[in-house]
Design a binder for this molecule. Structure first.
Ligand SMILES: Cc1ncc(COP(=O)(O)O)c(C=O)c1O
Length: 319
């Protein structure tokens, strides 16, 4: 895996590279939500991206950045959901193989989606060490190129293209809000903002039950020992090292949100905008509604990061 820090030129290159494959997603606005928030909100609808999440941007950039010789060996990753499906589809656009290591207990709808995109699935225990070991073994056995879900610089640069598009089409913004799990979207957004909208505030929305980014940025060092406990299945990953460094340098702020507020925001988005978004996406609106004083009167860009929810187990309909 390349080890350099991506910069704004990498985000611009990613935008050009993925243009033939990724969708330019729409931006949604709602007077009702603006009134509730006391702010002017613009939602980047990445749940309408291919495979239903922004993850296709980074995966697609990584796959199409491979040289011809690397590409023949295929790609490998670990994922409990959206990144796996995104990498599988990206690999398919280039006609190459894709292996995805899936931890036991992953959301069934997401596993089915990875499979539908044509990946070869490999099960493993649900912890980061087991996931990485399984990927390393597959790299050795098949020669496939590892595409990490959030530390790979090609992935980070690709994720940055969502907010680049948002700024270009609906900016300027006072603040941009994105969810944070491992920090691929957050780091890519920080880099995109530094180039396209310097001075724009970056706020990360993180579940109380997986608040390693909030803790790490407050402490000035990466603190990632925790057992995630959140309905936001896309945000259970641990903050990557490179991601931490980029977010710290960017002065990103974090708002932690409890699951009840996230589920309420998800229900609100479904009801008002008629958009099917998942908890890991709705948390960004929940963060704005949780801290009205922090956003009042501002122009706020929000990434609705994905829509892959199990519609047989809606969080307001069970328990
Ligand atoms: C819908 C959704 N939102 C946000 C994230 C968080 O992305 P990252 O791990 O790059 O922080 C994920 C990651 O899986 C996701 O699937």
């Amino acid at each position: 895996m390349p080890t350099h820090f991506p910069d704004f030129n990498h985000v611009l290159a990613a935008a050009a590279r993925i243009a033939a494959h990724a969708l330019v997603t729409p931006v949604l606005q709602s007077r009702v939500l603006d009134e509730l928030a006391g702010a002017q909100l613009s939602f980047k609808a990445e749940h309408l991206q291919r495979v239903g999440a922004f993850k296709f941007r980074g995966a697609c950039n990584a796959v199409w950045a491979l040289d011809a010789q690397q590409a023949t060996r295929g790609v490998v990753t670990h994922s409990s959901g959206n990144h796996g499906a995104a990498l599988a589809l990206a690999a398919r656009t280039r006609g190459i193989a894709c292996h995805v290591v899936v931890p036991h207990g992953a959301v069934a709808a997401k596993v089915a989606s990875i499979q539908r995109q044509g990946a070869v699935l490999h099960g493993c225990e649900a912890n980061i060490a087991a996931r990485e070991q399984a990927c390393a073994a597959l790299e050795r056995e098949t020669g496939a190129v590892m595409v990490h879900p959030y530390t790979d610089p090609r992935v980070i640069a690709g994720q940055g293209t969502a907010v680049l598009e948002l700024c270009n089409s609906h900016g300027p913004f006072d603040t941009v809000v994105v969810p944070v799990g491992g920090g691929g979207l957050a780091a890519g957004t920080a880099i995109a903002l530094a180039g396209a909208a310097p001075g724009c505030r970056l706020v990360l929305a993180e579940p109380v039950g997986a608040a390693d980014t909030a803790r790490s940025l407050a402490a000035g060092q990466r603190l990632v020992e925790f057992v995630p406990d959140t309905v936001c299945d896309g945000l259970r990953g641990t903050l990557g090292e490179v991601n931490f460094a980029i977010l710290r340098a960017a002065g990103a702020e974090v708002v932690t949100v409890d699951d009840a507020a996230t589920v309420a925001a998800m229900r609100l988005l479904w009801q008002v905008t008629k958009q099917v978004v998942e908890p890991s996406a709705a948390i960004a609106l929940a963060a704005v509604l949780a801290r009205p004083d922090g956003f009042r009167g501002q122009r706020v860009g929000i990434v609705l990061s994905g829509g892959n929810v199990d519609i047989d187990a809606l969080p307001w309909a069970v328990g």
